[in-house]
Design a protein around this ligand. Structure first.
Ligand SMILES: CC(=O)SCCNC(=O)CCNC(=O)[C@H](O)C(C)(C)COP(=O)(O)OP(=O)(O)OC[C@H]1O[C@@H](n2cnc3c(N)ncnc32)[C@H](O)[C@@H]1OP(=O)(O)O
Length: 440
């Protein structure tokens, strides 16, 4: 009979926690530790056993992304069970930039691929990997860590709060779909494979102007170009179109596939839609709506405050199927994080806020002075705070995508001086709407 998880020993010296770079050899083959990590991660997310060629391909992407892998290994596995070289847990982190509306995007410590084998869960394995990773990131000078989550109940305890949201939408594209005015430029079909080169270029333009955007992983481009499906091989169903501005320069693209003749109504599923300009965004929607033999378009990463609704003659053709948390942020260094972000030109004033952080990274009282689109921040534990938050709430507040007054109403932001939430909302207003479209 299996032991129940509560009878199992806690994370201790029965395990080794090892950290290593994802690596492939000169022939493009995953090194043994990387290959074992990839198979364990696949198991954690209920993927089938992966063929060696797919393991090598994934390893190549992880290596390009310079991922820092964590494996937790059992020192003495039971005879006949998976061996000592098969990780009981996986964890990855890597460096990407987060757009914060400041002079430069902010380097962020991204965390992904977290799995713990069911027979070793709830013994502190995730906690051990997470505290090691956050400690390493703080020591390396990262001001923020970020992740996207499988479940919304796990990461608050580690100081992460939801900071951006997206809408899953289903848009009716029959005769009711009509823009009030035509966007400039035009759309053309493109060979989806051109997105391997065009995609990163256009995404860089999107990334430059959207607070909340995170730079993408290497494997993303093959997926949306149809050259590398999730389970390996081509994805011949992928189609693509680009939007061109008046001068004939591509400034947006959409990658999509037909949902099949059994989809009712017949549906186009957007895999990725990246627009560098508002005209490109509306133009791509106009294109999607013009595709014959499909009466609906679905997309899982639409902005919560979607210009499409306002552009349409009939607002109701856009139906939100869910509002989803997307990017979760963890502030590791409030001084650097809040000095790095941008502030609206009109925002001016000071705010003293206190942060409670059981892990210690963001704990303290901070005085922020905002003027001319920038902030100076200092830690001053003797100062009298006007409002108090915990670390996850600070993560939710950081980009300005969550209104401080809403968090006050939720009880997670405590006003210590009346009006402090209103002041925070004004000072932290984002320079443009907060929206990211990268999942990792
Ligand atoms: C960023 C990403 O990669 S998101 C993907 C996350 N991975 C998955 O969902 C794959 C399936 N699940 C798993 O692999 C594991 O159950 C994990 C990774 C979620 C948890 O790993 P564990 O080693 O069991 O977590 P650990 O024992 O360290 O628990 C740490 C804390 O989180 C809590 N916790 C763990 N899992 C969950 C959960 N699913 N929901 C709520 N709380 C959880 C524990 O109760 C514990 O709380 P406490 O320390 O405050 O008392």
């Amino acid at each position: 009979m299996c032991m129940s998880t509560t009878e199992q020993p806690a994370f201790d010296d029965r395990y080794d926690l090892t950290v290593f770079p994802a690596a492939v050899d000169a022939g493009g083959h995953a090194d043994p530790a990387t290959a074992a990590w990839i198979q364990a991660e696949a198991q954690g997310f209920h993927d089938p056993h992966l063929a060696p060629e797919l393991v090598d391909r994934l390893a190549g992407h992880h290596a390009v992304d310079r991922k820092r892998f964590t494996s937790v290994l059992q020192r003495e596995p039971l005879a006949g069970s998976l061996g000592a070289d098969a990780p009981v847990a996986t964890f990855a982190s890597f460096d990407r930039t987060l757009q914060v509306g400041g002079a430069e995007p902010l380097p962020a410590h991204l965390i992904s691929n977290v799995t713990v084998r069911p027979t070793h869960r709830r013994r502190g394995v995730l906690r051990a990997m997470m505290t090691e990773s956050l400690g390493w990131a703080a020591a390396e000078g990262y001001a923020v860590a970020a992740l996207t989550v499988s479940e919304a109940t796990i990461y608050r305890r580690f100081g992460f709060g939801p900071a951006t949201t997206v809408h899953s939408v289903a848009v009716t594209t029959d005769a009711r779909f009509r823009l009030q005015s035509a966007p400039s430029g035009r759309c053309e079909l493109i060979d989806s494979r051109t997105l391997l080169e065009l995609g990163p270029r256009l995404f860089a333009r999107f990334h430059a102007v959207h607070p909340g955007s995170v730079d993408r992983q290497s494997k993303h481009w093959g997926r949306i170009a149809g050259t590398e499906a999730e389970k390996g091989g081509d994805d011949p169903a992928v189609r693509a179109a680009a939007h061109y501005d008046e001068a004939g320069t591509a400034d947006g693209y959409v990658s999509y596939r037909f949902g099949g003749w059994d989809s009712k109504p017949h549906t186009l599923e957007v895999l990725d839609l990246v627009a560098a300009t508002p005209d490109a965004y509306l133009g791509l929607w106009d294109f999607l709506a013009s595709v014959d033999l499909a009466e609906r378009v679905t997309w899982e990463a639409a902005p919560s405050d979607d210009p499409l609704r306002w552009a349409l003659a009939d607002w109701r053709v856009v139906s939100t199927t869910s509002l989803d948390d997307w990017l979760w942020l963890r502030v590791l260094d409030p001084v650097r994080a809040f000095e790095a972000r941008g502030y609206t030109e009109g925002a001016e004033g000071s705010l003293v806020f206190s942060v409670a952080d059981p892990l210690g990274f963001a704990d303290g009282v901070f005085r922020m002075r905002v003027a001319g689109g920038r902030a100076t921040v200092e830690r001053d534990d003797a100062a009298v705070a006007e409002l108090a938050v915990d670390a996850p709430t600070l993560g939710s507040l950081y980009l300005g995508g969550t209104d401080a007054r809403v968090l006050a109403a939720a009880g997670t932001l405590r006003e210590l001086v009346p009006g402090a939430a209103q002041k925070a909302a004004s000072l932290l207003a984002p320079v443009s709407p907060v929206w990211g479209i990268s999942h990792f």
